[in-house]
Design a protein around this ligand. Structure first.
Ligand SMILES: [Zn+2]
Ligand SMILES: [Zn+2]
Length: 265
C-alpha cells in the first residue's frame, strides 16, 4: 500500500496546458488556494496537508475532466482515528461474539493491550510525536524520514510502535488496491479479517511510508487501548535521517520495477 509514484502536484502545469477547461475562474481560484496549502505542506510543522493527486497516478497524456482535475486538488482528509460508518450489507465477521453491526475495531474492555499488556490504558496517546518528516525520495515520491531529538540519534527502538495507520473502515473485500490494508483480529477465533482500512482520500502520515525489500518497520494488526488497528512498528533500531519503510508484500508492484534502495542499488 501507500505508494506515491505519480508525478504529484507538479503535474499540474502540464495538466493545465492540456486542459483548457481548468482555466475557468473557479478552477484557478481553487488552484491558488491549494497551491498555498501545498506550500505550507512542505514545511515540517504543517505535515498534514496532502492532495489526492499525490497518491494517484495522474498521467498528463490522459485528458481529464475538470471535475477530475479539481478532485485531484482536494486535500486528503486528515484522520486522528479511523472513521467508521455502518454500511448496508456489511456481514458479521466469522466468530464475532458481540452486537452487530458495530465498529469492527471495537474490543471488549477487558481485552489486553498489545503495547502494555494491561487494561485499561492510554497507550494510543503515547505514540511518538514529531519524530518524522515527510520528504521527497526521488522517483518513489513522498516518504517518511525518522527524526531523533539529536542528529544521528536513535529515533525508534526495535519493536517500538511508531504510529497507527488511519483511514476509512470498509467491509472486507471492498478494495483490492495499494491504498487498502486488511485488518484481522487476533483476539477472535481463527483471526478473521473484520474490515479494511482504506486510506486513499482520508488518513494520516503513516500512509506515506514507502515500500522496501529490506524494510526497517512493518504494518501489523494489534489491539491498543481497547481498539484494533494497523500499527506501524519498528523491526530494528531506526536512526535519525533513515527512511522508515515497510514491505508491502509480494506482487505489490506487478510488472513495475521496485524502486526501493535494494532493487535500485
Ligand atoms: Zn496499553
Ligand atoms: Zn525492492
Amino acid at each position: 500500500m501507500l505508494p506515491f509514484l505519480g508525478p504529484y502536484l507538479w503535474a499540474w502545469p502540464v495538466l493545465e496546458r492540456q486542459n483548457p477547461a481548468v482555466k475557468s475562474a473557479a478552477s484557478l481560484s481553487l488552484w491558488d488556494k491549494h497551491f498555498r496549502e501545498g506550500r505550507r505542506s512542505l514545511k515540517t510543522l504543517a505535515q498534514n496537508i496532502e492532495f489526492q493527486c499525490e497518491s494517484i497516478q495522474v498521467s498528463p497524456l490522459i485528458r481529464h475532466t475538470e471535475d477530475d482535475l479539481l478532485s485531484f486538488l482536494e486535500p486528503v482528509q486528515y484522520l486522528e482515528k479511523n472513521s467508521y460508518e455502518p454500511v448496508d450489507g456489511w456481514l458479521k465477521p466469522r466468530n464475532w461474539q458481540w452486537d452487530w453491526p458495530m465498529d469492527p475495531t471495537w474490543a471488549p474492555p477487558d481485552t489486553k493491550c498489545d503495547m502494555c499488556k494491561a487494561t485499561p490504558c492510554d497507550c494510543i496517546s503515547t505514540l511518538p510525536k514529531n519524530r518524522y518528516r515527510i520528504l521527497y525520495y526521488g522517483a518513489k515520491g513522498r516518504g517518511i524520514q525518522a527524526r531523533a531529538s539529536s542528529p544521528g540519534g536513535l529515533a525508534f527502538e526495535k519493536d517500538q510502535y511508531i504510529g497507527e495507520l488511519t483511514g476509512k473502515l470498509v467491509p472486507p473485500d471492498t478494495y483490492d488496491n495499494s491504498m487498502t490494508i486488511n485488518l484481522n483480529r487476533s483476539d477472535i477465533d481463527e483471526e478473521p479479517v473484520v474490515c479494511q482500512v482504506y486510506c486513499q482520500d482520508q488518513g494520516n502520515w503513516v500512509r506515506l511510508v514507502n515500500h522496501s525489500c529490506k524494510p526497517c518497520a512493518r504494518l501489523v494488526a494489534k489491539i491498543v487501548s481497547g481498539k484494533a488497528g494497523v500499527m506501524l512498528q519498528a523491526t530494528q533500531d531506526i536512526y535519525d535521517g533513515a527512511e522508515v519503510t515497510v514491505n508491502y508484500g509480494r506482487g505489490h508492484f506487478g510488472n513495475n520495477d521496485c524502486l526501493c534502495e535494494v532493487c535500485k542499488g
